[in-house]
Design a protein around this ligand. Structure first.
Ligand SMILES: Cc1cc2nc3c(=O)[nH]c(=O)nc-3n(C[C@H](O)[C@H](O)[C@H](O)COP(=O)(O)OP(=O)(O)OC[C@H]3O[C@@H](n4cnc5c(N)ncnc54)[C@H](O)[C@@H]3O)c2cc1C
Length: 538
């Protein structure tokens, strides 16, 4: 063994060593899922699973546009490790728990499980997330849902392009973004021409970003005679022939290397209308609401993995005569990172709980605004947290084998996909204007922590005052949303978090006793307990 190098972080249970996640699982009504999540926690810590993550990224997918005879096949070949990762994800229902078992806490259980397994590898989570999210959008067309949902919710991962009726399970993707505009999908130019009864259309045009193109079917936006509409487009037609969905090239992208993101041409591709013609955005927004929750989960999992690695590394490496974790300035950095991670985990689980309880109108209103606030803020914070956790490793963090470079490249994605930062901040303002009940629901949530701490009370009062003065001014969007996010996180931590974590969070995030980088907390005797709470045990 080399001296002063930490032991590898392997053979530990990612769930059992994540106190905020364990506590939230119970609190949000999913104690029944303990074994499912703990099982994934064990698996995620094994050498085998960690290797799959590295192999899937070291061997990027290959596009095969044609076969040897020149026929178009439009297939992407993945490394076996990619398939192993997906087999575990689908086998544990990460794409379908709430649809298979619609019981209280089902979204919470899935969020916890997805949070754990995503720490092994982020890229394969993309088709898992899109399949999960496509179900509620598809349910707007009960006939189609009846046909597809049973296949979308099995625990069988069945890769390969074949007619859905011959498969044990299917995966879904989405294709909205075009070259001329992604945030503003009204600029879509792909055309949908009706071909007869039953909502059948032929789609012609391109999509500039289409991830996981080997999914079995896609929800696609296209311009029908009645306006922008949502369609279900299968890769293979019921008679076994390939739909006219052509993959032009794969993106050479930042982020993970395991997943394929493609540019596609639709050349009279067969598709069927989902929801009302001309109301495509309204139809697909059901999917987007769920993938936005997954962006919060993805960001939380990146932060957790980065903090686990950093607290582990610094607990085993010494410099200048002491363990790094015991050097006062490093302890300040680690504690600062840990409280950010805990605040994100608690918020993620609270939001997932709102999905479970959405039949209650106040929870539905809270979900409406809470997801947009959470997506904006947690995706931004993940980038900073991962970068700082990488630096805690010194040069070792810059080396691919440490996993930190992979986390670092992955971190910005969630803030771009499914509504970039500004678009989400503007969505919060839109919710405030069009659905004032969402603001009421937000404040009743944070008010539940009132009178517990003067700093929090002051932050709530100032936020209320500023919201009534701001009048939804667009240029104020980010300022408003970040305060709403931190006030919400502070209220959650006050009620449910570790007292030391809550204390440090309120002091820094709400009371302003903080600098501009991590590690600028007011010195506190509580750093040690905060760090120990977050350090994984082998
Ligand atoms: C790895 C990856 C995978 C993806 N996979 C898919 C996929 O599978 N399917 C799919 O449909 N799309 C996918 N996307 C596309 C993604 O959803 C879009 O990139 C995103 O929605 C932004 O659209 P855009 O790229 O056209 O940027 P633009 O819309 O041009 O936005 C550029 C910037 O302007 C900001 N902006 C936009 N409007 C405003 C405004 N009114 N005020 C202030 N600022 C504004 C945005 O926040 C953004 O920062 C993927 C993207 C990536 C990076």
């Amino acid at each position: 063994m080399s001296s002063n190098q930490p032991p590898p972080l392997v053979d530990y249970n990612l769930f059992e060593s994540d106190a905020p996640l364990r506590e939230s699982l119970e609190r949000e009504g999913a104690a029944w899922a303990h074994d499912l999540v703990a099982d994934l926690g064990t698996l995620a810590g094994t050498q085998q699973a960690i290797e799959w993550g590295f192999q899937a990224n070291a061997n990027p997918p290959q596009l095969r546009t044609h076969d040897r005879f020149g026929n178009r096949i439009d297939e992407v070949e993945f490394h076996p490790a990619w398939h192993e990762l997906l087999k575990v994800a689908i086998g544990h229902g990460l794409h379908a728990v709430p649809w298979r078992e619609p019981r209280p806490g089902a979204h919470v259980a899935r969020a916890a499980a997805f949070h754990i397994w995503s720490q092994v590898e982020g890229g394969h989570g993309c088709p898992v997330s899109m399949t999960y999210a496509a179900v509620p959008a598809l349910r707007q067309e009960p006939g189609l849902a009846g046909q597809w949902e049973p296949l979308m919710t099995t625990l069988e991962y069945d890769p390969g392009l074949r007619p859905a009726s011959t498969k044990q399970g299917v995966l879904f993707g989405m294709a909205m973004t075009e070259r001329q505009g992604g945030s503003d999908v009204r600029a879509n130019t792909t055309r949908a021409v009706p071909t007869g009864a039953n909502g059948e259309h032929l789609l012609t045009g391109h999509k500039w970003f289409c991830s996981a193109p080997m999914c079995d079917a896609f929800l696609v936006l296209a311009q029908a005679p009645g306006g922008l509409s949502c369609f279900l487009l299968p890769r293979v037609l019921p008679d076994g022939t390939r739909n006219r969905f052509h993959i032009e090239r794969l993106k050479d992208k930042l982020g993970n290397r395991s997943n394929a993101s493609s540019e596609i041409e639709l050349d009279g591709a067969w598709a069927v209308l989902v929801g009302e013609e001309g109301r495509g955005v309204r139809t697909i927004i059901e999917m987007v609401n769920h993938t936005r929750l997954d962006c919060v989960i993805g960001s939380a999992s990146l932060m957790r993995q980065a903090v686990a690695q950093a607290t582990h590394h610094t607990a085993h490496r010494s410099a200048f005569g002491k363990l790094l974790s015991e050097q006062p300035l490093m302890a300040n950095v680690l504690a600062d990172l840990a409280i950010e991670s805990e605040a994100t985990t608690i918020l993620m689980m609270r939001l997932a709980g709102a999905f479970d309880r959405a039949a209650d109108p106040s929870e539905a209103h809270f979900r409406r605004i809470g997801v947009a606030i959470g997506k904006y803020w947690t995706c931004k914070r993940a980038i900073a947290v991962v970068a700082e956790a990488l630096e805690c490793h010194g040069g070792n963090g810059y080396v691919e084998e440490s996993i930190l470079p992979r986390l670092y490249r992955e971190a910005p994605l969630n803030s771009i996909w499914e509504g970039s930062g500004n678009v989400n901040a503007l969505d919060v303002l839109r919710a405030m204007q069009r659905e004032p009940e969402s603001v009421t629901a937000y404040f009743s949530e944070v008010e539940t922590a009132r009178a517990a701490d003067a700093r929090l009370d002051r932050a709530i009062d100032e936020l209320k005052r500023d919201l009534s003065n701001s009048n939804g001014v667009e240029s104020q969007g980010r300022r408003i949303v970040e305060r709403m996010a931190m006030t919400l996180q502070a209220a959650q931590l006050m009620r449910h978090g570790d007292p030391s974590v809550a204390e440090v969070f309120l002091n820094s995030r709400l009371d302003g006793d903080w600098g501009h980088t991590f590690g600028t907390l007011q010195p506190s005797s509580q750093f040690k307990s905060v760090i120990e709470r977050h350090r994984p045990r082998l």
